[in-house]
Design a protein around this ligand. Structure first.
Ligand code: GRF
Length: 221
């Protein structure tokens, strides 16, 4: 669907906290690193999330839909209605600390991205940076992936890897992974909205070019 777009792709950002990935995306749009994309709405499920205050400061449409104590499917239906009213094309989870209902995932199939601070499928779940550090891995990083019904599981769009340094602790490792996350999310969104990729099974791969595309190099038909 993204390949047919003539207007910019409208992002819906879902967050629960700090919002540094949201801000990195916003900055990439502002500086033109991410073109043909706009933030349609920022939605938090936590009232006091600093990410919401940041959205206010940037003058972006925003909303708080508190999820605590609500049934998952009911809360998600409200989120979906809000996303629809803002004509959102692509949902970006940016530190959204709540599992999504199967109905929501189905409604936005291959249109929900998440960022996770490990090289999936290693270390899904909470505190992934510490999990990786404590396990003693020598390389870790971050993953941007599509969301499916399993936690931290959908097709991988992009990963960035860094070495774990002898000298560091779990905190410094998490900080260095975060730097990579901010780069990765922009690159992943650009890749998804380019319309040049598709999901084949678990793989997010470049679409084959047709013969009449008139390209040079190897032709794939
Ligand atoms: C990031 O580490 C992200 O990978 C994880 O939650 C954290 C959110 O951080 N899913 P921020 O709110 O974007 O600063």
């Amino acid at each position: 669907m993204f390949s047919e777009r003539i207007h910019s792709t409208r992002l819906g950002i879902l967050l629960s906290g700090r919002g540094s990935n949201f801000l990195a995306i916003a900055e990439s749009i502002r500086t033109g690193k991410l073109s043909g994309v706009e933030i349609a709405v920022v939605i938090s499920n936590v009232a006091e999330a600093p990410g919401v205050a940041a959205a206010v400061q940037l003058g972006l449409p925003h909303a708080v839909l508190v999820s605590k104590g609500r049934k998952r499917a009911e809360h998600d239906a409200d989120v979906a209605a809000l996303l629809n009213s803002h004509k959102v094309d692509l949902v970006c989870l940016a530190g959204y600390m709540r599992l999504l209902s199967p109905e929501f995932v189905a409604a936005y199939r291959h249109r929900i991205l998440n960022i996770h601070p490990s090289l999936l499928p290693a270390f899904p779940g909470l505190d992934a940076q510490r999990q990786a550090f404590d396990y003693g891995v020598k390389v870790t990083g971050c993953t941007v992936h599509f969301v499916d019904d399993e936690l931290d599981h959908g097709a991988i769009v992009l990963q960035r890897a860094i070495p774990v340094l002898e000298s560091e602790d779990a905190h410094s490792l998490a900080a260095r992974i975060l730097v990579e996350e901010h780069i990765a999310y922009t690159e992943a969104i650009a890749r998804v909205v380019s319309g040049e990729y598709e999901v084949q099974g678990r793989r997010h791969v470049k679409k084959a070019r047709s013969r009449d595309a008139g390209t040079t190099g190897r032709l794939l038909v």
